[in-house]
Ligand binder design. Structure first.
Ligand code: GUN
Length: 755
């Protein structure tokens, strides 16, 4: 979408013939994506709003939508055109773009919505697709069967099955016109998934989510969210998702965060007719309004009072503009939030603006824990009541699948602060992803020796912690080599070795957040998940001076250190040589833990790799480079996000550690046995090999297989079809996206390996 534009805007250029119908991702924030949809009437940037144009009543001229508002695509109704002789004749003769006077992408609907409103339509399934193709639309829609939220399971199932039955003839009739394959299923999760899986088998270009207009009209936003999570994980990820009839900006952030790409709005014009204004927090009436809720360009020099005085027609047009401007504004805000990686925070904020939206948000974000608990209770339920157990288990399982689909697409670690937002912070998908990565991959050192039955938990103060703790770490590594030292953050415990890792190290909140008394039952649960369940807990407050002394005293009092040990900071200093040795151990742990947690390297293998390693450390005591005994620089901790950058030599080293067979296709389920199998491999075809070896990015069309544990923004190794290492980089996609996408960057190559 371009900038506001008073004058003429150039007509779009058609996409390349071979790209027509393809969708590519150019940016992402979890499942939210910035994309480009290639059509004969331009490349549509998504997320996009398609204003609904009623060919009989044009509140704002389509040409003006293009010129002034930078609208790239419209939606109109082919059934209305088909029914009106005059419109039909002109559309058949000159095409739909001329009929509307719009140079961009035109999508048409099929008459399904009319059949929902009026009971039936007279047009045939094949006939309406043929008609849409004949008038030159860019995206046509098949005649699906609308499923209402008040229908029974069997009635909805019939809608889903009938729609599926019509799919093949519709796809054939469309030929090479892009076709919408709407998903039905009412409020039934199983039927939504069934519809998605069934429709995925046909060659549709886009999948609208249908049957949601009454759900939105009744403000059933929780059901709306449920529908999305039951549907999107089962659709081919390379096809854009359109929320049919969703044009209220209030729903944009949540919808986009859950993977929606397209919206259509009749609301801007319909609401304008009876004096209602759309805002990101709900709908407001102009009647009692003295000041505008948001000052938009079209009313910059007018008060609501002046607008109320206008003729009905002029007022409707002006308010339609107002609504359109607000809607585009919120869409742009979402797009920028995707670029900034802050979309979920916008969803969080918006959730406070409408009770039904808050309900939807809480369902989304608090259900994971409940679903897990239900799964755990399943055994009991099956023993007591088989059917109830199965049903609830299936429901919890389905939810978990949807939630995992969301969490697994999160980029972590990220740059920048993570503002505390109350309890909601803990369930941000990105934070959940970071915690899972840590809890699944990190392992205690299991060094037998003093302290191996204890943990030291540092708390009470926000980071950075290194300056305060690095000396203590050296001393403790020497005196209590078995002791694990962890830092308590508001989003969980982290081992000292990961002290700079985002988001744990970057939680931005009030002082009291850090000053809260450590909650021991919670800490125990965290420790259990980290494999430290039986350990004695020693806690030390980091705030204030003399922290070394306080640590030593606390450990002494707890019996971790005894009288011969280093009781206080001043007594019994360790000699220089042993100190250097301990320092080296701290550095090794730092890099080996990052290799395990962030690059999926087996814990023991990471230790072996670094056994004789040395380190370049800057003046602030920060490890810059890890160097093998052969003098090869293999990795560098990253300043911005606490991640670990691999070098070419590091990629070679990790490639040689691989035990598993190379991936053979695009499997998406991750077996437990792949834990510790190293960074995911991306296998590219021979055409791409020379380019990757020169350090060029990998494009989707050239990938022939990937490991299922690949994640966006994570390091991956690029290999040829014989498994030889040809490069390494950061993946742009999840495994399901690797499977589907044919266009766009698949891996941002960081280094090519010459032959
Ligand atoms: N417009 C709003 N909802 C729907 C739907 O379910 N199907 C179609 N074809 N159009 C719609």
């Amino acid at each position: 979408m371009g900038a506001w534009n008073e004058g003429h805007r150039e007509d779009p250029k058609p996409c390349r013939e071979q790209d027509r119908g393809l969708f590519e991702i150019t940016g992402r924030d979890g499942r939210a994506r910035l994309g480009r949809l290639h059509t004969s009437h331009g490349i549509l940037e998504t997320p996009a709003l398609l204003p609904v144009i009623n060919p009989n009543i044009r509140t704002i001229e389509p040409r003006e939508m293009w010129d002034r508002y930078g609208i790239g695509a419209l939606i109109t109704n082919s059934y209305i055109i088909w029914k009106h002789e005059e419109l039909k004749e002109k559309a058949t003769k000159d095409g739909v773009h001329a009929l509307l006077n719009f140079p961009g992408m035109v999508m048409t609907d099929s008459g399904t919505f009319q059949s929902y409103i009026y009971g039936d339509v007279e047009v045939g399934v094949e006939e309406i697709v043929n008609f849409q193709r004949s008038i030159g639309v860019d995206v046509a829609t098949m005649l699906d069967v609308f499923s209402r939220p008040d229908m029974t399971y069997d009635q909805v199932d019939a809608c889903v099955m009938e729609t599926l039955q019509r799919a093949e003839v519709s796809v054939n009739a469309a030929g090479n016109t892009m076709l919408n394959g709407p998903i039905q299923g009412g409020l039934f999760r199983a039927l939504r998934s069934k519809s998605a899986q069934g429709m995925a088998d046909y060659d549709f270009a886009i999948h609208p989510i249908g049957g949601i207009v009454p759900v939105m009209e009744q403000h059933r936003y929780k059901d709306y969210a449920k529908i999305m999570l039951a549907t999107l994980p089962y659709l081919p990820s390379q096809r854009p998702v359109h929320m049919f009839g969703c044009g209220h900006p209030m729903l944009f952030p949540m919808s986009i965060a859950l993977g929606a790409d397209l919206f259509d709005s009749a609301a801007y014009a319909l609401f304008a007719r009876d004096g209602r204004l759309l805002t990101p927090w709900g709908t407001e009436r102009i009647e009692s309004m003295v000041d505008w809720p948001m000052l938009m360009p079209c009313v910059a020099s007018m008060t609501p009072g002046q607008v109320k005085e206008m003729s009905k027609e002029d007022r409707t047009e002006l308010l339609a503009r107002y609504n359109l401007e607000i809607t585009l504004n919120e869409l742009n805000r979402c797009k920028q939030a995707i670029r900034d990686g802050t979309l979920w925070r916008l969803v969080e904020r918006r959730s406070h603006q409408h009770p039904a939206l808050r309900e939807a948000f809480l369902w989304l974000s608090t259900r994971p824990q409940q679903a897990m608990m239900k799964l755990k209770m399943l055994d009991d339920l099956i023993l007591n009541d088989r059917d109830a157990g199965r049903e609830r288990g299936a429901e919890a399982g389905a939810f978990e699948e949807g939630w995992n689909w969301l969490v697994n697409a999160q980029e972590t670690p990220r740059k920048g602060g993570e503002p505390w937002g109350g309890e909601d912070t803990f369930v941000r998908p990105q934070i959940v992803a970071a915690r899972r990565q840590l809890l699944d991959h990190w392992k205690p050192s299991n060094i037998q020796g003093r302290g191996d039955d204890s943990v030291l938990i540092m708390h009470g103060s926000p980071g950075p912690w290194r300056e305060r703790l690095s000396d203590i770490m050296v001393r403790l590594t020497h005196h209590a080599p078995g002791l694990e030292v962890l830092i308590l953050t508001p989003v969980g415990l982290i081992p000292y070795s990961l002290e700079d890792l985002n988001p744990f190290a970057h939680i931005d909140g009030p002082d009291w957040l850090w000053r809260r008394r450590p909650n021991l039952p919670w800490i125990r649960r965290e420790l259990t998940r980290l494999g430290l369940s039986e350990r004695k807990i020693v806690t030390v407050d980091m705030l204030g001076d003399g922290i070394q002394g306080r640590c030593m005293t606390a450990l002494h009092n707890a019996g971790v250190l005894d009288g011969d040990d280093d009781k206080t900071a001043s007594e019994n200093p360790i000699d220089k040589e042993r100190r250097e040795d301990a320092k080296l151990k701290v550095y090794r742990r730092l890099v080996s833990d990052k290799l395990s947690v962030l690059l999926n390297v087996d814990h023991q293998a990471a230790i072996e790799l670094l056994r004789e390693a040395t380190f370049v450390v800057n003046r602030q005591g920060r490890v810059k480079n890890a160097i093998t005994p052969k003098g090869e620089h293999i990795a560098s901790p990253r300043l911005g996000d606490g991640g670990l950058s691999l070098t070419d030599a590091g990629a070679v080293a990790l490639h040689s550690l691989r035990i598993l067979n190379p991936p053979a296709g695009f499997e998406t389920t991750v077996p437990d046995s792949t834990l510790g199998a190293g960074p995911a491999w991306v296998v590219v075809d021979d055409d791409a090999e020379p380019f990757v070896r020169q350090g060029r990015n990998v494009f989707h069309g050239f990938v022939v297989a990937v490991d299922p544990w690949i994640r966006p923004a994570q390091t991956c190794l690029i290999v040829n079809e014989r498994g030889d290492l040809i490069g390494h980089g950061l993946a742009n996609s999840t495994a399901d996206e690797f499977q589907g996408f044919k266009k766009g960057i698949a891996v941002k190559t960081r280094g090519g390996i010459a032959q």
